[in-house]
Design a protein. Sequence first.
Length: 436
Amino acid sequence: MTHRKATIFTRRQFLRTLGVTAGALAAGPALSACGATALTAAPAATAVPPTAALTSVPAPTAVPTVAAPSLKIGVLLPYTDIYAALGENITAGMEMYFEEAGGVAGGRTIKVIKEDEGTAPDKALEKARKLVEQDEVDFVTGIVSSGVLAGVRDYFDSNKKLLICSNAGANALSRGAKTPYIWRTSFTNWQPNWPVGTWAAENVGKKAYISVPDYGAGANTITAFQNSFEAAGGTIIGVQKTPFPNMGDPAPFITELAAANPELVYCFYSGGAAVTFMKAWGELGLAGQIPLMSSGFMVEEDVLPAEGDAALGVRSGLHWALSLDNADNAKFTEAYKARTGKDANVFAVQGYDTGRAIVEMINAVEGDTSDVDALIDALGGISFPSPRGTFALDANSQAPKQHIYLREVQNVGGALHNVVIEDLGEIVDPGDDSKG
Ligand code: PHB
């Protein structure tokens, strides 16, 4: 297999090859009409980006027209194992945005190169290397699991390669292990859990039992919830860490926590693990018996249909809800359903916002990805209306500052959905471990 060496264009050379002005380039994506195939089977360097700006602004005859190279985006997301559906949803949301943008960013045709993250950090690191060194992508996006994010952190840091993380919430990446080269369009694990600790102690009970998977995101969930729950007068009467990625039979764990007689149970499970836990919770007759609370992933719209009535009444905190009442959410949820046949979910939102952040970042540098610091500068300043409300990055934590909503699973017109019962306010990661 041969690999074409990527041509590094300075911004000036790049504009010259296109024979257009910066202004025309900036207008390009909004004016173009490029379909889905361009995203996955983008033409090689000889093709002309299909922007209306290019056709409407004639190239000066003296300048030979050489097309800009396509923008290669490495996408590292799980397409196997317990988080496979999360990867599919993030991908669908991101590709939906790229299509809305005409398949072009900064005058360059977007080409997506996907690799499977799985759940094993060492294997995922190999995929990251392959994307960067073999495929020569301009930057990488993706990563669902905190364990994987921790595992690839040093690689992106030492190679000064940009990674835009579209899910994994490992707190350390916004704190002690922060690097300028990794930004998040998703959340930190602290964000959805910390405000719910206070709410739970004030509204549900003072004795809580915590159950999480035994890896980084589970550990982050414990410290965040415990910090605010205890500050509000609550006591953690037990903590249980189940095997990750596959917890096996959840029944012994659920039996153990029920025996402790808690006033509420607090959990973090997601994807396949959330379905496994919730089904067992229902089968053991605990649904509606012990108040169950969680970070919103556990009962998100992607898993609710499989969880069924066992999830009724579960209250959770998250930065989005299907029923969130804003115009961008209405437009997004309708378009996503038309495209996929399924209700949207938080992972699709994160993919969609990541797609927009990428296109806006690349537009801001007018397609020139050669200077990583310029890319980071552009990314940090991005803010736009999003299905989750306003999307805006906090420069300190390099993650979104966003509202967390307290939701409750209810039967809405014959189907289970999360209904927002309270806005817990704008939550910004503190950037250190002072609050869990
Ligand atoms: C994580 O590993 O940080 C993680 C995974 C799945 C989620 C949320 C966070 O739904």
